[in-house]
Ligand binder design. Structure first.
Ligand SMILES: [Zn+2]
Length: 274
């Protein structure tokens, strides 16, 4: 595990490694120029002036290489997965491309449950739901459910603690009421509407997670986001990982690309997090 961590750091910190190398070389470079300056002390003033001009040109080049210490580079590995307007627009567009409608009210929500277009949040020893979440909103899209199972399973294997879902599907009617009491709530319509309205998004509570667990979550989620399987926004007001999962995470027509494999690949990378 330690080796993997080192390997991961070596791969991801390639740029920082180059800088460290440059920093190491810098004293050597400085020493060699001073030797040159010493042995050629008999040079004419004109030669010295030309050499000084060359050295003056050379110095800023090495000075521009950022000196990233390993301590800071390690932190660069795990930045918060911040949301943005672009991300929210993308979450709406991707969910629309997945053929999802915004769920208007409890009646439509019930109908989608009956059709199995919405499935229960897969509660287990490794995944629990906030007890304040109403029973009919403990549902999500099937691929979001698969993602939750994968995430919770590998998180539990590593930390022996359950994750908690704070929010899952919402209706437009509920979101409108939410906006009245929470100024931070996303709109119920438009291009930046709350992705919870389709059932594809869930919020995982960050409160109670250790620094290691938060770092692990970022390392687990980032490759999946980069692969276009989901989008993550770390919300600080509600202190959660808001995650919108796309149908491509568990495409029904491609059984070989199982979410299990996605989960394992991400778990492998996240395993390198100390
Ligand atoms: Zn959310």
């Amino acid at each position: 595990m330690r080796c993997l961590s080192v390997l991961l750091a070596a791969v991801l910190l390639d740029g920082a490694g180059t800088s460290a190398f440059a920093v190491k070389r810098k004293p050597h470079h400085a020493r060699s120029t001073s030797v040159h300056a010493h042995t050629r002390s008999h040079q004419t003033g004109r030669t010295r002036a030309r050499r000084a001009a060359l050295e003056a040109k050379e110095e800023p080049a090495s000075a521009t290489i950022p000196e990233v210490s390993l301590k800071h580079a390690k932190m660069l590995l795990l930045p918060p997965l911040k949301g943005s307007r672009e991300s929210l627009v993308r979450q709406n567009q991707r969910s629309e491309a997945d053929g999802l409608e915004r769920i208007e009210d409890d009646d439509q929500l019930s109908e989608l449950r009956t059709q199995h277009a919405l499935v229960a949040v897969p509660v287990s020893m490794s995944l629990r739901v906030n007890t304040e979440l109403p029973a009919n909103r403990r549902y999500c899209r099937p691929w979001t459910g698969r993602f939750l199972s994968d995430l919770a399973r590998v998180h539990y294997a590593r930390f022996h603690r359950p994750l908690q879902v704070n929010s899952a599907v919402r209706t437009v009617a509920y979101q409108r009421r939410l906006i009245e009491v929470n100024g931070n709530a996303a709109p119920a319509d438009g291009d930046v509407a709350s992705p919870h309205l389709t059932g594809a998004a869930i919020d995982i509570a960050k409160k109670g997670l250790s620094i290691s667990e938060v770092a692990w979550m970022r390392a687990y989620l980032l490759p999946l986001q980069n692969a276009g399987k989901l989008d993550v926004e770390e919300e600080f007001y509600q202190s959660c990982f808001h995650i919108t999962v796309y149908k491509s995470y568990a495409p029904p027509t491609q059984p070989k690309l199982t979410p299990h494999e996605h989960g394992n690949k991400s778990a492998l990378i996240a395993a390198g997090v100390q």
